[in-house]
Write a protein that binds this ligand. Structure first.
Ligand code: NAI
Length: 336
């Protein structure tokens, strides 16, 4: 089968090349994102393999179908970037990697919390300059603090266990949670969780209901000096409202691995360019903001799983049976 990869980096190309059976598949790796401008690069491919910031809106999907594509392989869990209704109408199958390593994302969430709290990123720079002054580096004990987790799925559960291990008082909000809360963890409505948490961390999917879930009104409900972590999807947080909350001191710490407009920024070296995004540039000026560029998933174990599941989806498609749990259809709403 002829397969075209978009948004690929050298580290992924090597992993896929090792595993892909070149006697059965021909494949090409492209670095650009899939957009309406780059879709003409698709010639003679039956499948495209894409990542989190590729555009799979109605127009792009229609072009793909027109060019003979029948399968869209997502190298990620989230599928907010795909117009699933259009995909179904156009006869395109969409398959994803529903779980590659919730531990990878949960552990990165903890890394952001600890770095922000104990300012290890700032201490590292200081000690390299032989500046051993502690002023400005004071943190707080996480032990005994209330941590509010929004979204109690695979990643949210891992984060809850980690935070319990640190002796935190864990509250979770998830309107669709099927299971009762494990021992020591209590479910909460969103408002009391926002009002009482010292640390709030987001692990729900991005969909029309959760877009800007954390906006000016949500910040107004939070405790002064609260820490907010978002390793889920950028669109969950209204970045302009976050800047206002940082300026007023309401938001004491902000850790982001995702950003709503990240598609034009992340996964590339822009160190010699002018960043045109003033909101992002402003966020970078705060000493209590720590941003990583969508790397929470990026562990050896997660990458191996992404490759194996993507190839299982490809093989399944050829046999006429993509594993049901990996198929994404218009009636499958994220998180429901
Ligand atoms: P999951 O589907 O296992 O869990 C999501 C949970 O959110 C579900 O329990 C669902 O009921 C809940 N939910 C849905 N709407 C909600 C709402 N309005 N309020 C509160 N909870 C709600 O997904 P998983 O694997 O835990 O991933 C969570 C998110 O993490 C994904 O949607 C994806 O966007 C993001 N992610 C980020 C990565 C990164 O590298 N930064 C890597 C992998 C996933």
């Amino acid at each position: 089968m002829r397969l075209l990869f978009f948004s690929t980096k050298s580290y992924e190309q090597a992993l896929f090349t090792e595993q892909l059976d070149s006697s059965r598949h021909s494949f090409t790796f492209l670095e650009p994102r899939l957009t309406l401008e780059t879709v003409p690069l698709v010639t003679e491919a039956e499948a495209v393999c894409v990542f989190v910031n590729d555009e799979l809106n109605e127009k792009v999907l229609a072009e793909l179908a027109e060019r003979g594509v029948r399968l869209v392989l997502l190298r990620c869990a989230g599928f907010n970037q795909v117009d699933l209704v259009a995909a179904e109408r156009l006869g395109l199958q969409v398959a994803r990697v529903p779980e590659y390593s919730p531990h990878a994302v949960a552990e990165h969430t903890l890394a952001l919390m600890l770095s922000l709290n104990r300012r290890t990123h700032r201490a590292y720079l200081r000690t390299r300059e032989f500046n051993f002054n502690l002023a400005g580096l004071m943190g707080f004990d996480l032990y005994g603090k209330r941590v509010g987790i929004v979204g109690f799925g695979k990643i949210g559960c891992c984060v809850a266990r980690i935070m319990q291990g640190l002796g935190c008082d864990v509250r979770v909000h998830d309107p669709f949670a099927a299971e009762p809360a494990p021992e020591g963890i209590r479910f909460s409505e969103l408002a009391p969780l926002l009002e009482t948490s010292d640390v709030i961390t987001l692990h729900c999917p991005l969909n029309p209901d959760t877009h800007h879930l954390i906006d000016g009104a949500a910040f107004a409900q939070m405790k002064p000096g609260v820490m907010l972590i978002n390793t889920s999807r950028g669109g969950l947080v209204d970045a302009k409202a976050a800047i206002a909350a940082l300026k007023s001191g309401k938001l004491g710490y902000l850790g982001l691995d995702v950003y709503e407009e990240e598609a034009d920024l992340f996964f590339q070296d822009l160190s010699d360019r002018v960043i045109p995004d003033d909101v992002f540039a402003r966020l970078m000026t705060f000493p209590n903001v720590l941003i990583t560029a969508h790397q929470a998933f990026f562990t050896r174990e997660a990458m191996a799983r992404i490759v194996s599941t993507t190839l299982a989806n490809l093989d399944g498609f050829e046999r006429g049976a993509v594993p049901q749990e990996n198929l994404v259809t218009a009636c499958r709403r994220q998180g429901s």
